[in-house]
Ligand binder design. Structure first.
Ligand SMILES: *Cc1c(COP(=O)(O)O)cnc(C)c1O
Length: 423
């Protein structure tokens, strides 16, 4: 039996209708921006394996750091104990995060980072004897698949089976160009009509919605409105964090600082699942009390796993090298050139770029659903050509590892141009 045949006997894949989906491709190794399947076919990983891998597959620098940690202290419980790798990660993040972030809490993945932030927002007001139970989120947001994260997410077919079982969420439009005032007004109206605890948002780029982009000034205004009304703000940087937007964090473009930040995905360079939620001192102090009931009773078994921490430290070191920073700029320049080339194509609605993120919307005769027929056609075309891209409906986006070469990038662009001609 091939790996693919054995897979279908035992495995259940994410976001997959097994009855109608194609069989998965068995990948056996990776190096840099490339992956090889069990038949040795080569693929360019143009989406960094779901946005986690900025420094390339099988990165030796991170692997060495992980090995060293594994053979020193692989794991220890974090309840009642601490260790140097966790403390070093905290020190490192304090250097690079917005200055008001003072406390960090570890968990395992983007959804749990969001789950922690939402629970903290709700308990913050509970601890202060204030009744505030609504969370504000954007339309078409994506914050993860656990319950509170799913409640905050606005992509309906991910969540339709669970409607009516969620925490209170009020939704506002994204302040895309021309819609800023509509978004500001909606936020004010929601705050007036609900007891709002927090506002969660993907700063500047909504990833899962198809790399929908909006301006830092608009986000700053929304945060100001929240601050005037004592609504806590949560920047979900799970996708945007660690260089994707061209700065270390998307919030580095924004003049207002959020109360909490969620981090995961590229945090460990795509090696070990780990996440962090960060907080202001004010939030921490709402839980700091002689009364044990005011504590945050939340934790995960693998909290602050030392091996994950070692991977995060090595990743942040790599991100901060001059070489990696110039890679990010190089990819951005390439994207902008490609955008210029393609945005006036008769089959293109619009193209956009921020940092290493590029997206193009392709014209389609029918309303294109998330997993619609154009999407399948595009996806199969890319796979056949050896380029891993996962279109969102009629939107094709690129989010490459920063080490992708110009040559590989040109092949990705060319394949997208061919795909646009094909559909
Ligand atoms: C991917 C993602 C999440 C969820 O992260 P998981 O690790 O898949 O649970 C949350 N928020 C954003 C913005 C994401 O892109």
């Amino acid at each position: 039996m091939t790996l693919t045949e054995k897979d279908s006997q035992y495995l259940w894949h994410p976001y997959t209708q097994h009855k109608t989906s194609q069989t998965p491709i068995a990948i056996s190794r990776g190096e840099g921006a490339l992956l090889w399947d069990e038949n040795n076919k080569e693929y360019i990983d143009a989406i960094a394996s779901w946005w986690v891998n900025p420094f390339g597959h099988s990165n030796k620098f991170i692997a060495d750091a992980i090995y060293k940690q594994l053979t020193t202290l692989e794991h220890v419980l974090f309840g009642g104990f601490t260790h140097e790798p966790a403390i070093k990660v905290a020190e490192k993040l304090m250097e690079i995060l917005p200055k008001n972030q003072q406390k960090i809490f570890f968990s395992d993945n983007g959804s749990t980072a969001v789950e922690v932030a939402i629970k903290v927002a709700l308990q913050y007001f509970f601890n202060k004897n204030e009744k505030r139970t609504t969370i504000i989120a954007f339309e078409n947001a994506f914050h993860g698949d656990t319950f509170a994260a799913m409640a905050a997410s606005g992509i309906s077919f991910y969540t339709q089976a669970f409607q009516g079982m969620f925490i209170d969420v009020a939704r506002i439009p994204v302040p895309v160009k021309g819609q800023e005032q509509v978004s500001f007004d909606a936020l004010k109206a929601v705050i007036e009509s609900h007891n709002c605890a927090g506002f969660i948002f993907e700063p500047l780029v909504q990833g899962a919605a198809g790399m929908v982009m909006y301006e830092p000034e608009a986000l700053a205004k929304l945060i100001q409105i929240c601050k005037e009304n004592k609504v806590l703000t949560i920047a979900d940087e799970v996708m945007t964090g660690f260089g994707k937007t061209g700065k270390t964090f998307a919030m580095d473009y924004v003049s207002e600082e959020p109360d909490m930040i969620c981090l995961s995905k590229a945090l460990t360079g795509g090696t070990i699942p780990m996440a962090i939620t960060t907080f202001t001192q004010d939030i921490f102090e709402a839980f700091y009390d002689d009364d044990i009931n005011k504590a945050l009773f939340h934790g995960h078994t693998f909290t602050a796993n030392p091996t994950g921490c070692a991977a995060a430290l090595a990743s942040i070191d790599l991100l901060q090298t001059a070489e990696m920073q110039s890679n990010i700029e190089r990819i951005n320049k390439n994207h902008l050139n490609f955008q210029k080339k393609i945005e006036n194509h008769p089959k293109v609605i619009t193209a956009r770029t921020l940092g290493v993120i590029f997206a193009v919307e392709i014209k389609s005769d029918s309303e294109e659903s998330y997993y619609g027929s154009m999407r399948t056609k595009l996806y199969n075309f890319f796979i056949e050509k050896g380029v891993i891209l996962r279109p969102v409906g009629n939107i094709v986006y690129i989010l490459p590892p920063y080490i992708m070469t110009d040559e590989q990038l040109q092949k990705v662009y060319l394949t997208i141009e061919e795909a646009i001609e094909m559909v």
